[in-house]
Design a protein around this ligand. Structure first.
Ligand code: B12
Ligand code: GTP
Ligand code: MG
Length: 463
């Protein structure tokens, strides 16, 4: 499947292993297989409390929740998840699971009565598991949008933003939320850097810093991860590292798959930010996908961009190549507990010395996000950068620029959808054949096809 033919409504499933249970290899295998079949998995990891699973299911607006339980206690644990889901207004979210031979068919009967949909027993072939999940949980659970409240309403609105032509997006309740969002604004901090640099762990610590200053405050996190280029599936695993605030009611975490959009962020990120603003979140932290070195688009989507690197990650030449200078408002050398932080600092300083000085010279900080060391200083620098932007009158112009850029990106995405539509019609197949048979070159074929963008004549011309 090509990028552009990825499903418009990917299935979103949340998976987890219960508290006091470390048997995570079965669920990891199942996650990978589901992702290979186009499912977006929000994986919470092992040792998860029932309350964290239920809250995450609401915030992520998932189609269903799957739990893998081996250490016993499944009767009580699944029940607890079902009860908590109901309490949060998510009683309609189906719950299923497995645990090899430790969950018996008799257990399943009891669990069914307590709201569990189905159990997958030992020996069930992987292909059967995948096809059952896709068949039974492929559609989002039915519910009246008008009945949604609080986090759930916000979560559903973000789902609508992810599907540009969806009914949810156009629903009156969501439009009301969105109309408020145009008036208010949140401060948006982007965190980018190579895969595994420690971005999610650092964001968890930044949330701590914020809540220490604002114990009653609300903060949102948008964690981007890549979609698989062929299947469209994704393993969204950033939440695993953000469990310090799983149960804080002031924290809303949402995982987003890139769904074919390049540049490190999903297309829906700016709209999700507006929705967070409308919901009264003064701070939004955005993590980029982290597949390349640094995702440049984040700089034009956020107010302050933090670029995270690790010791020994590269020298000043690579720093220039990667476009770090254009992207970073603040540099962080995370994993400063590892050797080589000093050299990385010298390389970055050298790069900054050679660049044209502006009014803001990005500071270079060192952090150990796993212990929180240095993250308070980073939080203070983010505050300093914000004050600089406000003082220099730069905040508003850059936000206007951001909207211009979003307009352009949305247009481009819409045109890609249009091209997909044309590609499914006979004219495309004819032109494709002409190119392969050397009757037309790709440019001529593209011209012929583009003449039909926005109308229905691709079909008529060929008929
Ligand atoms: C591998 C294994 C381990 C590995 C785990 C590695 C890992 N990271 O996962 C290690 C060696 C670390 C381990 C440790 C322990 N284990 Co162990 N472990 C097993 C073992 C041998 C296999 C489990 C497995 O991976 N199965 C492979 C999966 C793919 O197949 P399956 O189990 O048949 O599951 C199928 C379906 O149910 C479905 N499925 C499963 N989950 C889900 C979830 C969803 C959402 C879906 C859709 C489907 C689904 O997928 C499979 C497809 O057919 C089982 C014994 C057994 N044969 O089941 C014991 C077993 C689960 N372990 C057990 C125990 C006691 C422990 C320890 C406490 C041992 C100890 N004393 O130290 C520790 C606890 C570790 C911890 N922190 O929790 C007991 C549990 C007993 C109980 N519940 O009463 C078992 C049953 C062994 C036994 N007979 O005593 N274990
Ligand atoms: N030694 C050390 N390990 C760290 C530090 N920060 C994070 N880690 C570990 O690095 C690994 C990756 O951390 P994540 O926070 O998931 O990194 P990430 O950049 O979000 O990763 P992706 O989202 O996959 O790109 C985890 O095992 C963390 O525990 C640190 O300061 N020191
Ligand atoms: Mg991450």
């Amino acid at each position: 499947m090509s990028l552009n033919s990825q499903p418009q409504h990917p299935i979103r499933i949340l998976t987890a292993v219960p508290i006091c249970d470390g048997h995570d290899s079965p669920i990891i295998t199942i996650n990978l297989e589901l992702a290979r079949h186009g499912v977006e998995l929000i994986y919470l990891g092992y040792n998860c409390p029932a309350s964290a699973i239920a809250r995450a299911a609401i915030q992520e607006d998932v189609h269903a929740v799957g739990i893998s339980s081996y250490n016993g206690g499944h009767l009580a644990f699944f029940n607890e998840v079902a009860v908590r889901l109901r309490k949060l207004g998510g009683g309609h979210i189906p719950l299923f699971g497995g645990g090899g031979g430790t969950i018996t068919p008799q257990d399943e009967v009891v669990m069914n009565r307590r709201g569990v949909d189905r159990i997958f027993f030992a020996g069930t072939p992987l292909a059967k598991i995948v096809s059952t999940i896709i068949q039974h949980y492929g559609r989002p659970p039915k519910m009246k949008l008008s009945s949604l409240r609080g986090d759930f309403k916000l979560a559903r609105a973000i789902s609508g933003a992810e599907i540009s032509k969806s009914k949810i997006r156009k629903a009156k309740q969501i439009q009301t939320l969105k109309s408020q969002s145009l008036k208010c604004k949140s401060f948006v901090v982007g965190v980018t850097g190579p895969g595994g640099a420690g971005k999610s762990t650092m964001i968890d610590e930044l949330v701590r810093c914020y809540l220490q200053q604002h114990p009653q405050g609300r903060v949102a996190v948008l964690a981007n991860d890549p979609s698989h280029p062929d299947s469209g599936g994704a393993i969204l695993g950033d939440r695993v590292r953000m469990q310090g605030h799983d149960l804080d009611t002031g924290v809303f975490i949402r995982s987003m798959a890139s769904r074919g959009h390049l540049g490190g962020l999903a297309l829906a990120v700016p709209e999700a930010i507006r929705l967070f603003a409308a919901a009264g979140m003064p701070l939004v932290l955005v993590e980029t996908v982290g597949v390349g070195q640094v995702e440049v688009e984040v700089a034009s989507a956020t107010d302050t961009t933090v670029v995270v690197v690790n010791p020994k990650w590269g020298d000043s030449i690579q720093a220039n190549k990667a476009g770090l200078l254009e992207t970073a408002d603040i540099f962080v050398i995370n994993k400063a507990d590892m050797p080589g932080a000093g050299q990385s600092r010298r390389d970055l300083e050298q790069m900054l010395d050679l660049s044209t000085p502006g009014d803001w010279r990005p500071p270079i900080l060192e952090t150990v996000s796993t212990t929180g060391e240095g993250v308070d200083a980073l939080w203070a620098e983010i505050g300093r950068h914000r004050a600089f932007l406000v003082g220099a009158g730069l905040l508003e112009p850059s936000r206007r620029q951001r909207l211009r850029r979003e307009f352009r990106l949305v247009l481009r995405a819409r045109i890609e959808v249009e091209i997909d539509r044309l590609a499914s019609q006979p004219l495309y197949a004819e032109l494709d054949e002409d190119v392969v048979e050397h009757r037309l070159d790709p440019y001529e074929a593209a011209e012929k096809l583009l003449a039909h963008v926005g109308d229905d004549s691709g079909r008529r011309a060929a008929n």
